[in-house]
Write a protein of this length. Structure first.
Length: 310
């Protein structure tokens, strides 16, 4: 079964990727699964300078989800290129580097640096992190600033670029349109939803930073809806993410209109989940009489009259 998929000019051998921040730089996972068999490895968000992240506690479990406020802890671009990227290359992983800046200038510089480095398949532009004081979500909430970040990155690199969008907006379609106008090759939908939890015995927030980002199955219906809305209105290449913990969950995203999916929180329960989903996806296509992944993307059966009423 041919599972090859294309996100603009980014060609992936299969449509199952691992999501930024849930796979580090691949080192801890490499003994558990063959990284070359993944559709892609999206790295932890990389910034110009190393970042220590936020103070703990910065993880809290919720019903069907996980709250995090990591705050983009990472080794910084220099150490990433020197120490981490060679390992990923050696594993023959398809590497997509997730980048994050506090200003347009920082996004520009990062795009410039990665444009000159071999062995990178693409960049994912994080304009959607809810856990930092400056940058991140600040850019991704408005169409204008979204477009500007994408234009800035586009101006400095010929690599395929994906805009990673936030669900914490009123109209995801207008942000998606702005990202594509700015020069994105495709979109990753979605980053985490803002949330919080309180320990009622201590009356303290469960996260030191009080508010964090919610991931896991709890957010899946929101993510599927956003993929569906953007795919229908804009017909642009989409990578879906949000609460994928099984093959059935991944299939929802393809049927809603995603050309690939990313698995994040689900990896914390089963690190080999992407490979299982890849295998079961091929079986599903076969059973449904579909010849490839392309035939499944956006192939939702819905009565015409209902579609008009939406
Ligand atoms: C602990 C943690 C760290 C994350 N770090 C990043 C990050 O550095 N950059 C980014 O764009 N998204 C980051 N994310 C968001 C995920 O990549 C993903 O978009 C989100 O968690 C939804 O998918 P999931 O429900 O499968 O986890 C992080 C998520 C978690 C749970």
């Amino acid at each position: 079964m041919n599972l090859k998929t294309k996100i603009g000019k980014l060609v992936l051998q299969n449509p199952i990727l691992v999501a930024s921040g849930c796979f580090g730089y691949g080192e801890e996972y490499a003994p558990l699964l063959d990284l070359s068999r993944l559709g892609g490895v999206v790295t932890k968000g990389i910034s110009l300078k190393p970042r220590p992240g936020n103070s703990p506690p910065r993880l809290a479990e919720t019903p069907a989800g996980l709250l995090n406020s990591i705050g983009l802890e990472n080794v910084g671009v220099d150490r990433f290129v020197e120490d981490k990227l060679p390992f990923l290359r050696k594993q023959k992983a398809c590497v997509i580097v997730n980048i994050f800046g506090e200003s347009l200038g920082e996004y520009r510089k990062l795009a410039e640096i990665f444009n000159d480095i071999d062995g990178i398949a693409g960049l994912e532009i994080n304009i959607s992190c809810p856990n930092v004081e400056r940058g991140g979500l600040e850019f991704g909430l408005k169409p204008d600033s979204t477009r500007k970040v994408l234009e800035t990155v586009r101006g400095k690199t010929s690599l395929p670029i994906l805009a990673k969008l936030s669900p914490n907006v009123t109209d995801i379609v207008e942000i998606a349109r702005a990202a594509m106008t700015g020069g994105a090759d495709g979109l990753t939908l979605i980053n985490t939803l803002k949330g919080m939890a309180i320990d009622v015995n201590t009356r303290r927030p469960k996260l030191a930073r009080v508010i964090g980002g919610l991931s896991g199955p709890a957010i899946r219906p929101v993510a599927v809806r956003m993929v569906y809305e953007v795919a229908r209105k804009l017909s642009v290449p989409i990578i879906g993410a949000g609460g994928i913990d099984s093959t059935e969950a991944a299939l929802e995203f393809f049927i809603a209109g995603a050309r690939a999916v990313q698995i994040g929180t689900g990896l914390l329960i089963d690190p080999r989940l992407p490979l299982t989903i890849g295998r079961e996806l091929a079986g599903y296509l076969d059973n449904q009489g579909l010849k490839d992944i392309e035939s499944l993307v956006g192939n939702m059966l819905i009565e015409k009259s209902k579609r008009r009423k939406e």
